[in-house]
Write a protein that binds this ligand. Structure first.
Ligand code: SF4
Ligand code: SF4
Length: 263
């Protein structure tokens, strides 16, 4: 997830921790059912794309072409993708159904799972890999879920919505973004580096071909056990890609990517 600012009043949102509580419930019976699935801005995470394209039986290239809009993330100046909305009057999400709600509910994006929570990061401690996150409620006028009686701790909501695993996989992506944001504006990535970032994070099939069909494995001394794991498991390939980008952009974890000695 990314730093998100309050979408409502401009007043800084109250920062919440994992044990903080909030009152909310969302179900088919609320009068506003599916209102939050229209006219929205949903940034897709790398893990979202892995699961959504699998659900839709598409390649990552096809998924990107049909369901996403490319954007540039402010401050980080890195390419990201958002979910492409339908060109109808209500700017609907392509997966929303008036009566039944989300047609891909089990594989819905991370942002939809978090809602009505936002998450921000205060800092990233670099070498230790520690995050300093906070959460906040996004109270939009159309959302009547705050009038319901159910009380959640933030940690309970996260577990219920299945965001823990997603955040764990996406951590390497977040690290790349937060590190880039913390660099002075004069330190820019080359266009080639940005293309690499896009390929690894959003076009996993292309990255797989890059690793296994280019000279990548001739250049780097990658253990066979890792090669086997990333060949068989796209999540491991994605995490490997984040590590490679972090090593290439920011010189971290370079021991994983030792260049082979020439014979
Ligand atoms: S993906 Fe599902 S939950 Fe998310 S906006 Fe679309 S319909 Fe709503
Ligand atoms: S607007 Fe709020 S309460 Fe209504 S369906 Fe969306 S998340 Fe649930």
């Amino acid at each position: 997830m990314t730093d998100i600012e309050s979408k409502t009043s401009g007043i800084p949102p109250e920062q919440l921790g994992l044990n903080s509580k909030f009152k909310f419930n969302c179900h088919k019976g609320v009068k506003c059912f599916t209102k939050c699935c229209r006219g929205i801005d949903i940034m897709l995470t790398p893990y979202d794309i892995l699961t959504m394209r699998k659900k839709l039986d598409l390649t990552s290239e096809e998924f990107l072409a049909v369901f996403t809009d490319p954007q540039i993330l402010e401050k980080a100046e890195l390419p990201i993708v958002t979910l492409k909305l339908l060109d109808d009057e209500r700017k609907s999400c392509p997966f929303v159904e008036d009566k039944d709600g989300c047609a891909i509910y089990e594989d819905r994006p991370t942002t939809c799972r978090y809602y009505p929570l936002g998450v921000g990061s205060l800092s990233y401690s670099g070498e230790k890999g520690e995050k300093d996150e906070f959460f906040f409620t996004v109270k939009e006028d159309h959302c009547l879920g705050f009038e319901e009686d159910k009380v959640w701790a933030i940690s309970e909501w996260r577990e219920d919505q299945g965001v823990d695993l997603r955040d764990k996989v996406n951590d390497g992506w977040m690290e790349l973004i937060v590190r880039k944001k913390s660099l002075p504006p004069s330190m820019k990535l080359t266009e080639q580096s940005k293309k690499m970032f896009f390929m690894v994070c959003y076009n996993i099939d292309k990255f797989k071909a890059f690793v296994f069909k280019s000279s990548f494995l001739d250049k780097y001394d990658i253990p066979q056990v890792t090669v086997k794991a990333i060949k068989e498991d796209d999540i491991k390939l994605l995490e490997f890609g984040f590590e490679w980008l972090n090593a290439t952009f920011y010189s971290t974890g370079q021991e994983t990517f030792k260049v082979k000695e020439k014979k």
